[in-house]
Design a protein around this ligand. Structure first.
Ligand code: GRF
Length: 204
């Protein structure tokens, strides 16, 4: 097998997708290994997930920087120091500067808890319930400067029931996220997905 891709996960909270990525990468034949976790929130539960798995983790608080560019500069320095190949955003609640996104474009993924391009932004499950749609899901996409708009690698759908609450819908979608994200990272780490003319192309 070629060298496993050194992957950093960026988080702000719970870290359940981080846990799913770590679990997948425990298999030595999985083409990516999680070698760094960066949180912008010191109290993020996901930092405990990283610690329990013995994965180096650090907090870089956006509050310590005067601008988005300076904050991203600190993140970029940490990623570069750790020889990172791929970034996975997993519940990371900051918007990056264009320069950072351009530098990492094609090597940076995000997971979003809706079937994009529907229901971008925050409070996604509430948006879904308010709209009364009968199907929702999750999306793994490349990160581009425009929020929740990058080329889509993978999606999974779940039903939305009339009796759903934000919590029941979130749990149903999360179960799919935990399956989808490791599968999409695997494709990227194997070099089987690239962006061409703004769309994802699957190779061999
Ligand atoms: C997930 O629903 C993800 O799709 C969204 O933020 C949530 C993060 O959850 N971007 P967790 O921190 O991975 O548990």
């Amino acid at each position: 097998m070629t060298k496993r891709k050194r992957t950093a996960v960026l988080i702000s909270g719970r870290g359940s997708n981080l846990a799913a990525l770590i679990a997948a990468s425990r298999d030595p034949s999985y083409p990516a290994e999680i070698v760094l976790v960066i949180s912008n929130v010191e109290t993020a539960e996901g930092l405990k997930v990283a610690a329990a798995a013995n994965i180096p983790a650090m907090t870089i608080s956006h509050k310590s920087f005067a601008s988005r560019e300076a904050f991203d500069g600190a993140i970029d320095a940490a990623l570069t120091d750790a020889n990172i190949d791929i970034i996975c955003e997993a519940g990371f609640m900051r918007i990056h500067s264009d320069g950072f996104v351009r530098k990492w474009q094609g090597r940076m993924l995000n997971i979003h808890p809706s079937l994009l391009p529907a229901f971008k932004g925050i409070r996604v499950h509430q948006q879904v319930l308010d709209a009364g749609v009968r199907v929702s899901g999750c999306t793994v996409h490349f990160v581009v400067p425009e929020l929740d708009s990058g080329p889509i690698i993978a999606q999974a759908a779940v039903p939305v029931f009339p009796t759903d609450t934000v919590e029941t819908l979130q749990n149903r979608v999360l179960a799919e996220e935990h399956r989808l994200y490791p599968a999409a990272l695997k494709q990227l780490a194997e070099g089987r997905v690239v962006i061409r003319e703004g769309k994802v192309v699957f190779l061999g």
